[in-house]
Design a protein around this ligand. Sequence first.
Ligand code: SF4
Ligand code: SF4
Length: 129
Amino acid sequence: MAVFITDECISCDACALECPVAAILDEGNERNPYDDSRYYVKPESCVECVGHADLPRCAEACPTEGAIVWDMPYTQEYESYYAEGNEEGKYAIRVHKKKGLMLPSVKEQKFKDDIDFSNREAHSNVGVF
Ligand code: SF4
Ligand code: SF4
């Protein structure tokens, strides 16, 4: 990933159109594992805005403190983290017709290497409030 949207989300729709890689699903999307309760970031798609902006655009647009938090990089080092999260329903990682489940071992994503890992592990708020 990436960033993660928590249950603090108020489904205001400010973030989704800001995403340069269309990684955010609204609360009515059938691929959103949280159904009607909140927005969802696809970890297999989020690039943390690397190459697009200095800070995650979704978090800059979000009015709700604690709604968008840091998650672990979508890299092979965190393969089991995402695989287990997918099994538990925390994520709904895309299943590609030919490649199968799009885990980091199939395709890694970019991540901001200047974010302290303690902030990722603590799922600290991304935004500046
Ligand atoms: S951090 Fe950037 S790429 Fe990731 S979901 Fe937010 S806007 Fe999209
Ligand atoms: S901008 Fe924040 S509160 Fe609004 S839908 Fe996105 S994550 Fe939820």
